[in-house]
Ligand binder design. Structure first.
Ligand SMILES: Cc1ncc(C[n+]2csc(CCOP(=O)(O)OP(=O)(O)O)c2C)c(N)n1
Length: 417
C-alpha cells in the first residue's frame, strides 16, 4: 500500500520483509497458494527448461486429502517400498526424539532435529540409486536411516565418544558416511552445493552413470555458492539435482529475508536456463516422483534440475534455539501441508496396505530400536564421562602424512601428560 502511494518526492524508505505472524499472532500461511493434488501435469523429463517456467511457481502434489495418489505424477511404488519409506521416517523421528533427550541429559553438546521434513531425505534416499552421491545439509539424517547406516554409529558421532567414526573432530550431527553415498557434512552453509556440481561433472567426464544430488536450505540460497553451483551446473549440463529445502525459516529468519517475498526459490533456476520443479515435500509420493524425474533427466544427459521442496521446520532450529521467541507457538499445527508421516500412513491405509494398529506397533518398534541402539552407543562414552577418541588422534588426517611440525606438536602435547 505505502509503496503504491509513494511519489518520487516522498523520500526513500528502507524495505525490510517481515514474517506474516509473530509470537502471539495467528499463524498465517495465506502467502502460500496450494493447488489440489494431481493438478500439475508431468512433463517429459527431456523437456527444455524454457518450456516449463510455470513449474517454478506451482506445486507438484500427489496425495490428496483422503490419502489417495492422484494425477500423472503418482509414481508406481510397491506397498513394500512404501512401508520401507514409512518405517525410515518413523525411525528418523524416534531417533531425533532420543537425541534431543540425550542433549537435555548433558550427554552431547548439540543436536538438530528434522521434524516435519523426513519425507524429503527418506524419499530421496530410496528413489536414487546406490552410487549416486548425496551432498546433504545437517537436516537429512533420514537419508542415513533409510539407507540402513547403523544407528549406533550415528549416535556415537553425536556423543563424540570412543567409537565416534569421526574421532570427535566434528560437531555432533555433522556425519560422514561414504559407504551410503552421504558426503561429509560441513558447518559452512552451501559449500556442498558447488561440490555436488563438481562431483557430477567428474562423473560425466568419466562417462559414468552415477549422478549427484546437493541440498541447501532456503536461507542458504543467499550464499554465493548457491549461484556458483547453478552457473556451473547449467554451463556443463551437469548430472546433478539441486535441491532447496524451503522449510520457511533460517533460524529466526523468515524465508522472505532470503528473498522469498515476491517469488519462489525454484524460480531462481529460470535465469540460469535450468528447469525447476516446486514440490510438496510433506507428500512422500511427490518426493519420490520428482526425484525420479530429475534423476532420469540427469542420467539421460539433459542436465541439472532445481527442485524447491516446500515444507515446514516443525522443531527448533537446533538445541541452541528457542522458536517461541520469533514465531507463533501453534504455527506448525497450522501448516497447511500436514505431517509427512501421517500423510503416508493414511495413504497406505487408504489402499488397504496398513492399519492404525500396525502403525502403532511400528512406532513402538522404532522407539525400542532407538532405545537399544542408544544403550549400546552410550557404553562407548558420552560427554558425561568424557570417554572420547585419544587426544593424540587430533593430529591424524590433517594431511595424508603427518608433517614434521605436527609430529613435533604431538610429541610436545604428550610430554605435557
Ligand atoms: C557460511 C555460514 N553462515 C552462517 C552460518 C550459521 N547458520 C547455521 S544454520 C543457519 C541457517 C540456515 O538456514 P536454512 O539454509 O534455511 O536451513 P535450515 O536450517 O532451515 O534447514 C545459519 C545462518 C553457517 N553455518 N555458515
Amino acid at each position: 500500500m505505502d509503496a503504491q502511494r509513494s511519489t518520487p518526492d516522498d523520500g526513500l524508505r528502507f524495505h525490510l520483509p517481515s514474517p506474516p505472524a509473530r509470537p502471539g499472532d495467528r499463524p498465517d500461511f495465506s502467502y502460500l497458494p496450494i493447488p489440489p493434488a494431481g493438478a500439475v501435469p508431468r512433463p517429459d523429463p527431456a523437456v527444455a527448461a524454457a518450456d516449463i517456467p510455470d513449474y517454478a511457481y506451482s506445486l507438484v502434489r500427489v496425495l490428496d486429502d483422503d490419502g489417495r495418489a492422484v494425477g500423472d505424477w503418482a509414481p508406481s511404488v510397491g506397498a513394500e517400498e512404501l512401508r520401507a519409506g514409512l518405517r525410515a521416517m518413523v525411525l528418523t523421528r524416534a531417533y531425533d526424539a532420543r537425541m534431543l533427550t540425550a542433549h537435555r541429559q548433558g550427554k552431547t553438546s548439540f543436536y538438530m532435529q528434522c521434524t516435519g521434513e523426513e519425507a524429503f531425505a527418506v524419499g530421496h534416499a530410496l528413489a536414487l540409486r546406490p552410487g549416486d552421491m548425496f551432498f546433504p545439509t545437517y537436516r537429512q539424517q533420514g537419508w542415513l536411516i533409510a539407507r540402513g547406516w547403523p544407528l549406533v554409529s550415528m549416535m556415537c558421532q553425536v556423543l563424540s565418544n570412543e567409537r565416534d567414526p569421526l574421532h570427535g573432530r566434528q560437531m555432533p550431527i555433522m556425519y560422514s558416511a561414504k559407504d551410503v553415498d552421504f558426503f561429509t557434512i560441513s558447518g559452512n552453509l552451501a559449500t556442498q552445493y558447488v561440490q555436488a556440481v563438481g562431483w557430477a561433472v567428474a562423473s560425466s567426464i568419466r562417462g559414468d552413470t552415477r549422478i549427484a544430488s546437493g541440498v541447501v536450505g532456503e536461507g542458504a540460497t543467499a550464499e554465493a555458492d548457491f549461484h556458483h553451483a547453478l552457473t556451473f551446473a547449467a554451463t556443463y549440463r551437469a548430472p546433478v539435482i539441486l535441491n532447496v529445502v524451503n522449510n520457511q525459516w533460517a533460524i529466526s529468519t523468515f524465508q522472505s529475508i532470503a528473498s522469498g517475498e515476491h517469488t519462489t526459490f525454484a524460480a531462481r533456476a529460470i535465469g540460469y536456463g535450468l528447469p525447476a520443479l516446486r514440490v510438496d515435500a510433506n507428500d512422500y509420493l511427490a518426493v519420490v516422483a520428482a526425484t525420479r524425474w530429475a534423476a532420469e533427466r540427469a542420467r539421460a544427459n539433459h542436465g541439472a534440475t532445481v527442485i524447491e521442496w516446500v515444507t515446514y521446520r516443525v522443531a527448533a532450529h537446533s538445541t541452541s534455539d528457542d522458536p517461541s521467541r520469533y514465531r507463533p507457538a501453534d504455527e506448525s499445527a497450522a501448516w497447511p501441508l500436514g505431517d509427512p508421516i501421517d500423510r503416508l500412513k493414511r495413504h497406505l491405509i487408504a489402499i488397504g496396505e496398513w492399519s492404525e494398529q500396525q502403525h502403532g506397533e511400528l512406532v513402538e518398534q522404532a522407539r525400542d530400536e532407538v532405545r537399544r541402539a542408544a544403550k549400546e552407543a552410550e557404553q562407548y562414552g558420552s560427554l558425561l564421562d568424557e570417554r572420547t577418541s585419544p587426544a593424540r588422534s587430533i593430529f591424524d588426517d590433517v594431511f595424508e602424512e603427518l608433517p614434521p611440525h605436527l609430529v613435533e606438536q604431538r610429541r610436545w602435547m604428550e610430554g605435557l601428560r
